[in-house]
Design a protein. Sequence first.
Length: 589
Amino acid sequence: MTKYIVVAGGVMSGVGKGVTTASIARILQEYGYKVTAIKIDPYINYDAGTLRPTEHGEVWVTDDGGEIDQDLGTYERFLDVDIPKENNLTTGKVYKTIIDKERKGKFLGETVQFIPHVPEEIKRRIKEASKEHDIAIVEIGGTIGDYENIPYLFAMKGLEREIGKENVTYVLITYLPIPSHIEEMKTKPTQQAIRLLGETGIFPDFIICRAKRALDNIRKKKIEIYANIPSENVISEPDIETVYSIPLDLEKERLGIKILNELKLKPKKVPNWAEWKKLVDRIKSPKKSIKVAIVGKYIDIGDYNLADSYVSINQSLLHAGASLDASVDISWIDAKMFESNDDKIKELDKYDGIIVPGGFGSSGVEGKIKAINFARTHNKPYLGLCYGLQLAVVEYARNVCGMKDAHTTEVNEKTKFAVIDILPAQKELMEKSEYGGTMRLGAYAAVLKDKSRVLEMYKETERLKEDAKRIEALKKDKSQSFRLGVLDTQENQRFSGSKRFLRESKNVVLERHRHRYEVNPKFVEELEKKGLIFSGYHLREDGTKLMEYIELPNHPFMISTQSHPEFKSRLGNPSPLFYGFVKACSKSK
Ligand code: GLN
């Protein structure tokens, strides 16, 4: 049976509840357990797909096409596992299921009420998401005292009653402020958080105390008395340099063993943190350092939010850097800057590499194209992600293939050279369904070209092997197997017309997507003739080839992908393209 750890936050948000939850999960994984993490977002939005990224941070995309808040991303980055969208609960999802069921008459005349129906649906979802795991860690979004997380706390308490206290442990993460005028750490807000949590019938088994400094014994004792838990279960978690050292720090307080004891579990193996520690040491004191410019559309937002809107790219560069013993210094550059002043583009020369990330709409597009042109013509390593691939194709069409005013129809519908376009099948979908429905979302298989540099990178980082296993699993999951396209079905004979495709299909990888437009198949031949290499494609069930990767020969690194490889980067298991990019940047330095 699955055991549960419920994590709630006291005092205020933004103290690192997500990374602490992920760290606890990582620790228990190191003791040999199969662990998953579940995030509860008490808002009424169905998912994060329609949330403003500049306010809520980047939208995380799962393999199975979910659009979720960042926390699932944090869990994946720490645990190095793929977490499905069902591991995210929102109030919107819970109520929608109940109302849909009611409309179908499934309640057989019952009055549908908050209690019991809402907590029942919450428990059903949590059990479903945690099945096949030894331990599930459930993070409740928001802060204790918020009205909207009460149903979830109630549901968890109900789950405890069903399965017994020895199978459920509660962790409260609080914050201890140190007001600058007295320079003294205050425990009062934590005491109040304990009391508020107590009102829901829940008493924490562990209290993790976030603060600027480590907690002293006097304060530990104070919290012990107030919360009625032994002070060894009051854990100090002071500010640190990198979030990846949190599991190591919590283990210094033996948190893993203490939680296992609480859940009546024994370690299944002796933890070995050597590799993780090596990576953390490299993050803290890297041998070399490179400078990367991320050229995007940034309107009226400060540095803090910027990093938040591109968390995954940030993290991917960090992971690649950790594996290569390099730190990556990121500068966010507003693409518009290159549009108004021709000389500005030269400023890109001081960077070791350039990235154009994903994006939507026309703002800053010409500036991004100029930056791509600069990278191509100045031998600067360039990594294009999604929109960054589409605009690299536009740049190449215009400046190498002589297709004047070539464009994506997202920006110029009337262009004679619509090298990026919405494909016919998708147009139909768009006319029929709502806006959100037409995105290509989640993981899709790509067949990589023999001898391509992209293939080399997937081999070097061993992702090719890992993805081969993922593909086997996908074949078995009927609801998701469309993500493979026509691999290994009778259809591929029909489209490839020979056994060639089968042979090629050895080199298949999976990356996540979130976009509408595609490289227009009509222009592929012409672009190829002029030297652009399409190094990977997805073959859709209707026979359409969707281009997934491009690369240029005779350039240190001019590689782009239609996907978002940043969603598949983990510490100790970096994304192949980011790995290759950082390596190229440190070489060209
Ligand atoms: N706007 C482009 C599209 O919809 C790219 C999207 C992206 O970069 N995520 O196809």
